[in-house]
Design a protein around this ligand. Structure first.
Ligand SMILES: [Fe+2]
Ligand SMILES: [Fe+2]
Length: 356
């Protein structure tokens, strides 16, 4: 990636700082902090591993995840870690989660997990947590504070009292446009935890939040939505640079709300259409998002893939490695102050073209 600090330029900077010993200490700190915050990690999401019966699984979804893991393992230098963005399983069963975990175990970099609704609503995340640990947590890496949220919780009444069986609850939440579903939320308990977690973080520390659903309101009908998004955004408002990276939508989206840059990731399983193409639905996309073209809507591998994420100057740049399309990079445009597609030709230059 062209905006990488190369190791050589870092050594040069560090060397010249050391040589001029009269430089104010803040400059020295700044030089090191900037280089430290420039690193990459990989992001794989939404594999939807689906059990058929016995030891049979849907082959197409398996292939998507296997390919992402294999390609991630080939990157040099190695990504610092790999995020998995949720919806590892289709219906949250032990068979699906075990099968998915087995494929992820082949990664040769440390793995961190986000909870998706397809992983959760059968046993409320019990088996997933046994395999992968806590459902929300934070960690620090090279000067950046990372927060992982479980954003797919919903009202207790819906979760505990509405459905005669856990299987039915799972199926109701698994449908994209099922009116029996319920809006996702982070919830009060986790927001309290987040408030405490952020209490000791310096305001100029870059923050990257990982969630499954977008921490913004895009389209409620498909749960491209988090009901308490504004409350979570308010907790993030005091920080200079905040980035939210989310899965669930199976398509490229980007947006900027105040200090928060939003980027979605693609699925390895299948692409969802953009809500704006769904004629019966009253909908909108974030103003900045230009829907991507899909050459062949019936080609299952079209518009699927995985991402490399570069953390540069406290912002995230996402390179989408599309399995059967040209790769695409959405990078933070520091002049304009929001994420932008680096290759896309401005719509004003392409009259009479509809971008979906
Ligand atoms: Fe998904
Ligand atoms: Fe999802």
């Amino acid at each position: 990636m062209s905006n990488h600090y190369s190791r050589r330029s870092f050594l040069k900077t560090a060397g010249s700082v050391a040589a001029v010993s009269t430089l104010p200490i803040a400059w020295v700190e700044l030089a090191f902090a900037k280089a430290e915050q420039n690193f990459t990690f990989a992001y794989i999401s939404d594999s939807h591993i689906q059990h058929i019966r016995g030891n049979k699984f849907v082959n197409n979804w398996d292939r998507g995840l296997i390919r992402a893991v294999a390609e991630t393992n080939l990157i040099t230098p190695k990504p610092d870690f790999v995020m998995f963005g949720g919806d590892l399983a289709q219906l949250g069963t032990k068979a699906e989660l075990d099968h998915g975990a087995g494929m992820l175990a082949k990664l040769n970099a440390p793995l961190k997990m986000v909870m998706g609704e397809h992983d959760y609503y059968l046993d409320l995340g019990e088996y997933w947590s046994k395999l992968f640990g806590p459902q929300y947590y934070s960690f620090d890496h090279k000067g950046v504070h990372f927060v992982v949220l479980n954003s797919i919780l919903t009202h207790d009444e819906w979760t505990f009292n509405r459905w005669p069986t856990a299987e039915q609850r799972m199926l109701e939440m698994a449908g994209l446009d099922n009116p029996n579903g319920s809006p996702f939320m982070v919830g009060e308990k986790q927001r309290e935890w987040l408030k405490k977690d952020l209490a000791n973080i310096k305001k100029d520390t870059p923050i990257v939040v990982f969630s499954h659903s977008p921490i913004q309101k895009i389209y409620k009908g498909w749960n491209f939505w988090t009901d308490d998004a504004e409350e979570v955004q308010a907790l993030l408002a005091p920080f200079d640079k905040v980035n939210v990276v989310y899965g669930h939508v199976h398509q490229i989206q980007y947006n900027q709300i105040g200090n928060i840059a939003f980027n979605s990731v693609m699925a390895t399983a299948w692409p969802w259409p953009y809500p704006s193409t769904y004629a019966q639905a009253e909908t909108y996309l974030p103003k900045l998002t230009i829907p991507m073209n899909r050459a062949d809507p019936f080609f299952e591998r079209d518009a699927t893939g995985w991402q490399m994420v570069n953390v540069n100057t406290g912002r995230v740049d996402l390179t989408y490695n599309l399995y059967n399309n040209r790769s695409r990079t959405v990078a933070f445009d520091h002049k304009r102050g929001h994420p932008a597609d680096t290759q896309f030709q401005d719509v004003s230059l392409e009259p009479n073209r509809t971008h979906y």
